[in-house]
Design a protein around this ligand. Structure first.
Ligand code: ACO
Length: 401
């Protein structure tokens, strides 16, 4: 039965599903996820294998174009990205206008939207070639904006990448190069960031991705669609959870490290406190990304020789939650962001940049979903509602109110 016939057969019946818990918004061939079994695959490849064997740029190519690239395809993709990594100088003036206190997620969302003004051809993308050009432009400029958002906050001069370096190596260099000391590449950090970005690269129709698709469905253009996705990601119930987790762990440490007290708060329905980094809309079993990240956190901290009491608090909370009936009944397990902040912290990334790092990882997923939506010529996203307001009332003049 086609959708038009269905619509007339049901006489305009509307499904109400707050939070779209059981509503599919599209058909997609990008990411498969089985929340009951804890399976996550990009284009058919398991997240475990990709995190172990691929690098971030390969995974980006896979998500966006559907197949793992040959060496030649990957080299071309990388060199097109590098060629498009210069950001118009006037963007620096916009950055300058932000107060130092501005959250880097707000800065990143604004600058990503602003790029449209400097690249107007990125809006009319009728052919696959137009799409490709927009994609390599944003893949090139986005890490620059990410690093600028951080450098502005820390009063460091703005940097560009080094064309001889890999994509992820350049991200770290652009973030950490400091005029007062020699910058040295650290392979442990490069590997750890590569893995984290792969784990965050796509997650089917989550809040920010749905936002990107719905904005893009009005044919608003790639960069502004991404900017709306960045804003959606910012919230603490979504990507902002990684910052919230670390702040929560810090607060528990400051408060004497009593994890039981915070477990009780999380279960108290009168208390708005939630255990950040626990629970997931789709995973009702362990989040497979959390498993990989937990192991990576141990390795990175070990390799860097960092002893972080926050990691012990995190492990303590996890153990208690896994044995607690409230958490067991509701199938609340640690999600991807329970451990990512601990790694970011060990890497020297400031806490307000954690969600920005998530955005950097999610960029190829958002792009892939936007591209799929445009290539499939999906209609404009426009949910309905059930009206529960007043019935007709005659207008009352102001002197009679
Ligand atoms: N701490 C305590 N209780 C929780 C938590 C938590 N972290 N998460 C859910 N619950 C409880 C709810 O109170 C509710 O209990 P009830 O049935 O007694 O009313 C039940 O578990 C179901 O929770 P919902 O909020 O209905 O689940 P939903 O699927 O809407 O929300 C969400 C999922 C937003 C992730 C939620 O678990 C949460 O707020 N977690 C903390 C924030 C977080 O870590 N977000 C990151 C998600 S992953 C990501 O975006 C990368």
């Amino acid at each position: 039965i086609d959708i038009k016939t269905l619509r007339s057969a049901t006489g305009g019946v509307i499904t109400i599903d707050p939070g779209y818990k059981n509503t599919g918004s599209c058909e997609s061939a990008i990411t498969f996820l089985d929340g009951e079994k804890g399976i996550l695959r990009y284009r058919g490849y398991s997240i475990e294998e990709l995190a172990d064997k691929a690098d971030f740029l390969e995974v980006a190519y896979l998500l966006i174009f559907g197949e793992l690239p040959s060496q030649e395809e990957l080299d071309k993709f990388h060199s097109d990205i590098k060629e498009n990594s210069v950001v118009d100088d006037d963007v620096k003036k916009i950055l300058d206008a932000f107060p130092k206190s501005a959250h880097p997620m707000g800065v990143l969302s604004s600058l990503t939207a602003a790029l449209t003004a400097f690249n107007p051809s990125s809006v009319d993308v009728e052919s696959e070639e137009d799409m490709y050009n927009s994609i390599v432009r944003i893949m090139g400029k986005f890490p620059v904006l990410v690093s600028w958002a951080m450098r502005k906050k820390h009063g460091l001069p703005l940097e560009y990448g080094d064309d001889n370096l890999g994509y992820v190596e350049n991200v770290l260099r652009m973030m950490f190069k400091n005029p007062n000391r020699e910058y040295e590449q650290n392979p442990i950090l490069i590997d750890a960031l590569d893995k984290l970005l792969i784990l965050h690269a796509d997650h089917e129709q989550n809040c920010s991705t749905s936002t990107v698709r719905i904005t893009g469905s009005s044919h608003a253009g790639l960069f502004v669609s991404l900017a709306s996705g960045i804003s959606a990601l910012w919230g603490p119930l979504h990507g902002g959870a990684n910052q919230a987790v670390l702040e929560m762990l810090e607060a528990i440490k400051e408060d004497g490290g009593d994890t039981k007290k915070y477990m009780a708060k999380a279960k108290d329905k009168e208390d708005p406190f939630r255990l950040m980094g626990f629970g997931h809309r789709v995973y009702k079993n362990f989040d497979p990304r959390a498993r990989i990240i937990k192991k990576a956190a141990d390795e990175v901290l070990g390799d860097l020789g960092v002893e972080d009491p926050i990691l012990d608090i995190a492990k303590g909370l996890e153990k208690e939650a896994l044995e607690d009936q409230y958490f067991v009944d509701r199938k609340l397990y640690p999600n991807v962001d329970f451990y990512s902040g601990i790694i970011y912290r060990a890497m020297g990334i400031p806490v307000e940049m954690f969600t920005v790092m998530f955005a950097l990882g999610r960029l190829p997923g958002w792009i892939a979903q936007w591209r799929e939506m445009r290539l499939r010529k999906e209609p404009i996203g426009r949910p309905r509602q059930l009206y529960i307001g007043e019935n007709y009332r005659p207008f009352s003049p102001i002197e009679k109110r």
